[in-house]
Write a new protein. Structure first.
Lengths: 401, 401
C-alpha cells in the first residue's frame, strides 16, 4: 500500500472537529468592553470559597462540605476525581530533556494539538493566549499560584444531553452531570499534558479539584464563546451546557482569536434565564462594570446559596437548561445550512425559544427519562430524599414525590 | 412546578440509549454452536502472556514490553491507566452495610443501571449472566482469580471514528485509539462500581490493566454481538470498532438475552477481513471447534506477533477497519428506517461493502486527516520513525514517508 504525502496533510486547515468553527466570525477583541485592569482573583474569595471557610455562616459551611457527596453518584464522581488527581500529582512525568523531532511551525503544531483534543474526546478545542489575570492568585488551600505559560489549550465537554434534557435543572442528577463532564476533562487534559511533556514541552493541566485558572476568561480568550447574561461564557453550538478545562504550555501555537456571533445583542433583549432562575440571581437589566470589564453581573452569593441549600436536588443549572442557545439534541449537521451569518443563527435560536415557551420550558423527556433515584445521605446512611428525617429504609419505593 | 409521577418513568421500557437495541431479535442461546465444556483460561497462556514471559523468544519479549510505550501518546495513556488503576485499588470504597431505599424490582434496577451507563458515556450497555468460564483462572501476575458474581454489566466504547477512518489500520495511532476507549471504560466502570457499592451492592469492575474476565464471552452473553470471522464479537451498530469492560455484581438484574442479526450467515460468505489481514491470521474457511464451541479460530500467535513486531506503526486493527459492518460515521438515525429484519441490515452492509471495494478500502479522510506524528522511542529519546537508527533530531520534519 502506497504511503501518503504528509505535507498537505499536516498543513490542511479545514475545519477541525465536528462543529463548523471555521464559519465563525473572528474579531480582534472580546465583544464585551474591557475598560480597566482585570485583577487576579483569590479562589478563597469566590462564593464557594467563602462558603467553605464559614463566611456565610455555619449552615452553609456544613451543607457546602457535603454538597456533592450527599448524593451517592456525586460521591462516586468525587472519589474518582480526588483519587485520580492525587495519584497524578504524585507521579507526574518530567519534561523530556530533548524536543521530539517534529515540525516547529505553530500552524502544524496547533492543528496537531486540536486534532489530539478531539481524539481524546473533547467536544470543542480552542487555543488562546494565557492572560495572567485569569490565573488564581491563591488556590483554596491558600497556596500562591504561578503559571508562567504563554498559551492555554482549552477543551470543552458537553454535559450528557439526554439526561440534562430530562432534568428540570436543579434535581439530584444536576451535580453529577457536571462531574461527568469534569471527569472526562480531567483525563483528557492530563493525558494531553503528559504527552506534550514527552515531546519536550512544558505543559500543565488545569482541571477539576485543582484549577489554576478562572475558566470563563480562559474560554473567552480561546475564542470559544462570548459573555452571556448568565454571567458565564456561551458557545454558539453548545450553549452554556458544557464544562471546560485547559492545558497551559509554552509550545509555540497559533491562537484562534475572539468570536462574535452577536450574543451581546441577543442577550440584551432576551431575559429567559433571569426570569427562570429559581433564586433570582441573574440581572434583568443591562451590563455593569465589574473588575475592569462590562458584564451581566450574577449575584454570585445568591446563586451559590441556592446551590448549597437546595433541598429538591443537588446544585442548580436551570439557566443553562432553559437558555434557547442550549439546543436540545442539536447535532453538527443541523448547522449544515448555516451561511455564517448572525441572522441565520439568531433565527434558529428564536425558533428554539418559541418551542421552549410553547412547552413551558418542560422538555418532553422530563416525563419519561428521569432514571435517577431521589436519595440523600444522613448520618452515613442513604435515605429516600423526602423522608430523610425518618431515616427508614423503604421496602417499597415511594412512587410519587 | 408540579412534580412528575415516578411509577411510569421508572418502568418505562422503551429503547435505552441512542441505538435501536429494542429492534434486535433476541434468541435463547448464542448463534455459534457450543458443544462442549468451555474451560477457564489462564491469562498467562494468551499470546500476549506468552510474549511477555518469553515463550515466543527474546525479540518478541523485548518488543512486547515496549509495544504501547514506544509511541509517546501510547505511553501517556499507559501512564494514566496505570496511575489510576493503582490509586483506585488502594482506595476502594466499601460496600455500604445497608441497602439504599430503592426499588428491588430487577426491571427497574436494570433500567437504572443502563441509563447510568449511557450517562457515564458508554456507547452501548448490556446485561448478561456471568459465566464462570469467562473468568480468567489466573491473571498475568499468576494470581488465582475468583469472581463470585451472577451478572456482568457490559459497557462498550467506540473507538474515535474520525481518526480511525483516517488510519490504514496499523499506523502509530492505532494502539492509542484502543487506549482512548480503554481509558473511558476504566473511569466509567470504576465510577459505576463505586456507586453500586454505595447503594449496598457488591460490585467489581473488570477493565484495562486488570481484566478479571475474557471479554469476548462476556460481550456475547450480554447480547451485544455475535461471533465474527475476525474471532471477536461484532455489534450490529458499531461493527467490531469498540472496546469493552464490565462491572460484575450480585444486584438482581434482568439479562438482555442473546441476539441474532444473521452474522453467522454473513461472515460465512464474506471474507474481506481475512483477505485484508496483513499477517494472514484470519481463516478463510468455515468455523472449527475450539474450547467447546464453534468459531472462526484466529491464528492468535500470528496476529499477536504482527502487533508486537509492527515497524510501520503500533499494533494492528486492520480487520475491524475494513469490515463492512464498520460503517464509517454511521449515526443512530441512519437506522431510523430499519424494520428490524436481517435483510434490511445485510443490504445496508452490502452497500457499504461496495463502497469500500470501490475505494480500494482507503477511506477518503486518509488523504487529509492523519494528524499524528511518526515517532518511536529509542534509548529514551524520541526519533522520527523511519530514521530511528540515526537518532538525530530533524530540524525539518521529513514531509514524505
Amino acid at each position: 500500500m502506497e504511503r501518503l504525502k504528509y505535507r498537505d496533510i499536516l498543513y490542511d486547515d479545514r475545519q477541525i472537529g465536528l462543529w463548523p468553527t471555521d464559519k465563525l466570525k473572528r474579531v480582534p477583541k472580546p465583544t464585551n468592553d474591557i475598560v480597566g485592569t482585570i485583577e487576579r482573583r483569590d479562589e478563597r474569595e469566590s462564593p464557594f470559597g467563602k462558603s467553605l471557610f464559614g463566611e456565610y455562616g455555619e449552615e452553609i459551611q456544613r451543607e457546602f462540605m457535603r454538597m456533592t457527596r450527599r448524593y451517592p453518584l456525586g460521591a462516586s464522581f468525587w472519589d474518582m476525581t480526588d483519587i485520580v488527581n492525587n495519584a497524578i500529582l504524585r507521579k507526574r512525568n518530567p519534561v523530556a530533556p530533548e524536543r521530539a523531532p517534529i515540525p516547529e511551525d505553530p500552524r502544524v503544531l496547533s492543528r496537531h494539538i486540536k486534532m489530539l483534543g478531539h481524539f481524546l474526546g473533547a467536544d470543542l478545542v480552542g487555543i488562546g493566549p494565557l492572560s495572567q489575570s485569569a490565573v488564581y492568585s491563591h488556590n483554596m488551600k491558600g497556596r500562591e499560584l504561578e503559571a508562567p505559560f504563554k498559551y492555554a489549550i482549552v477543551l470543552l465537554a458537553r454535559k450528557y444531553e439526554p439526561t440534562w434534557n430530562a432534568a428540570n435543572g436543579w434535581e439530584e442528577i444536576v451535580d453529577p452531570a457536571s462531574f461527568q463532564a469534569y471527569q472526562r476533562l480531567l483525563m483528557q487534559t492530563e493525558t494531553m499534558a503528559n504527552y506534550m511533556r514527552r515531546l519536550g514541552f512544558e505543559a500543565e493541566a488545569s482541571n477539576m479539584n485543582r484549577y489554576l485558572t478562572l475558566m470563563p476568561q480562559v474560554v473567552l480568550d480561546a475564542g470559544l464563546g462570548e459573555v452571556s447574561r448568565m454571567g458565564i461564557i456561551l458557545n454558539p453550538f453548545l450553549g452554556a451546557n458544557f464544562k471546560a478545562a485547559c492545558v497551559l504550555t509554552n509550545m509555540e501555537l497559533e491562537v484562534d482569536g475572539y468570536i462574535d456571533f452577536g450574543l451581546q445583542d441577543y442577550c440584551s433583549k432576551c431575559t429567559v434565564c433571569a426570569q427562570q432562575c429559581p433564586s433570582g440571581a441573574i440581572p434583568r437589566g443591562p451590563k455593569t462594570l465589574y473588575n475592569g470589564y462590562y458584564t451581566w453581573k450574577l449575584d454570585s452569593k445568591t446563586c451559590s446559596d441556592f446551590d448549597v441549600l437546595n433541598k429538591e436536588g443537588c446544585v442548580c443549572g436551570r439557566c443553562t437548561k432553559v437558555c434557547p442557545w442550549h439546543v436540545p439534541f442539536a447535532e453538527p449537521r443541523d448547522f449544515d445550512a448555516w451561511d455564517g451569518s448572525n441572522e441565520w443563527l439568531h433565527k434558529y435560536v428564536d425558533a428554539q425559544k418559541a418551542r421552549l415557551v410553547a412547552e413551558n420550558y418542560v422538555h418532553p423527556t422530563e416525563a419519561t427519562d428521569k432514571w435517577w433515584f431521589q436519595l440523600d445521605e444522613q448520618d452515613g446512611k442513604l435515605v429516600f430524599y423526602d423522608e430523610r428525617n425518618e431515616q427508614k429504609v423503604c421496602k417499597e419505593y415511594p412512587l410519587q414525590r
